[in-house]
Design a protein around this ligand. Structure first.
Ligand code: F6R
Length: 241
C-alpha cells in the first residue's frame, strides 16, 4: 500500500483530485468508482474547479458509486444519487447516462444487485475506486462480518453507521436501515483503489487498517491484500501510526 501523507483536508482533496485527473487523462474511457460521505466532498469541489478551468473533461468517463440507501428515490435529498448530482455531476460534463448508482427503490432489490454487478463487468471493471473509511472499518456499506468475496448486495446498516450518518437527516429514525452496496469482492476487483482518510477521529481505524490482522471483523483490512492501493491521509488521521 502506498501511503501519501498530506498536511490537512485541503491537501488531501487536492492530491486526490490530481490522481483522478491523471487517471482520466491516461485513458480513453476511464471507469471511476465514487463514494459519498464527508470525506470526498473536498475532492469533488476540486474536480469541479479543475473542470471550470478547462483542465479536465469527464465526457468519456463512466462512474459507479459504491452504495445507495434502500427506500429512498434518487430525488430524495438524502439519497446518494441526490448527493452526487449536487456535489459533482450537475457541475461537470459527465453525460447523465454514464453515471451509475444502485437504485435504492427498485422493486426487486436482488435483481438490482445482480444488474449493478453486471453493469460494472460490462464497463470492463472499475479503473480507479475512491473509498472512505468507516469508524468500524467499513468500506462502502460493508459492515464488520461481511464476507470478503461478497458481490453487490443488500445490507442491514450497523447502528454505529446509522448514528454517524444521522447528521445528514433530521433524526436517527429517518436514517434508512438498509442499503445496497458493492461487495468487498467487487471492490477488490477494482484495478486501483484510492482510500481517503482525514482527521484524528479516524486515526485508530486507519492504524488498524494498515497494521492490523486481515479479518472480516474489520472490512478495510482486506485492502492490505490489494496490489494497487494508494492511501491519502492527513496528519490527524496518521497521528497514531
Ligand atoms: C460512502 C461510503 C462509506 C463512507 C464512510 C466514511 O459512499 O460508502 O463507506 O466512505 O462511511 O464516511 P465519511 O467520509 O463521512 O467519514
Amino acid at each position: 500500500m502506498e501511503i501519501i501523507k498530506v498536511k490537512d483536508y485541503q491537501g488531501l482533496s487536492e492530491k486526490a483530485c490530481q490522481i483522478i485527473i491523471d487517471q482520466i487523462k491516461g485513458q480513453k474511457n476511464p471507469v471511476l468508482g465514487l463514494a459519498t460521505g464527508s470525506t470526498p466532498e473536498g475532492l469533488y469541489q476540486q474536480l469541479i474547479n479543475a473542470f471550470r478551468r478547462g483542465e479536465v473533461s469527464f465526457q468519456q468517463a463512466k462512474t459507479f458509486n459504491l452504495d445507495e440507501y434502500v427506500g429512498l428515490p434518487g430525488s430524495h435529498s438524502n439519497s446518494y444519487r441526490f448527493y452526487m448530482q449536487e456535489k459533482l455531476f450537475n457541475h461537470i460534463d459527465v453525460p447523465g447516462n454514464q453515471t451509475y448508482l444502485p437504485h435504492g427503490n427498485a422493486t426487486d432489490l436482488e435483481k438490482e444487485c445482480h444488474q449493478y454487478e453486471q453493469l460494472i463487468r460490462d464497463a470492463g471493471n472499475i479503473d480507479l475506486q475512491v473509498l472512505g473509511l468507516g469508524l468500524n472499518g467499513h468500506i462502502g456499506f460493508n459492515e464488520p462480518g461481511t464476507a470478503f468475496d461478497s458481490k453487490t448486495h443488500i445490507v442491514d446498516l450497523d447502528m454505529t453507521t446509522r448514528k454517524a450518518n444521522a447528521r445528514f437527516f433530521s433524526s436517527l429514525d429517518e436514517v434508512p436501515e438498509k442499503a445496497i452496496t458493492m461487495g468487498i469482492g467487487t471492490i477488490m476487483e477494482c484495478k486501483k483503489i484510492m482510500l481517503l482518510v482525514s482527521g484524528e477521529k479516524k486515526a485508530e481505524a486507519v492504524n488498524r487498517l494498515i497494521n492490523g490482522t486481515v479479518t472480516e471483523e474489520f472490512p478495510g483490512s482486506i485492502l492490505q491484500k490489494h496490489e494497487n492501493v494508494v492511501l491519502i491521509a492527513d496528519e490527524g488521521a496518521l497521528s497514531t501510526l
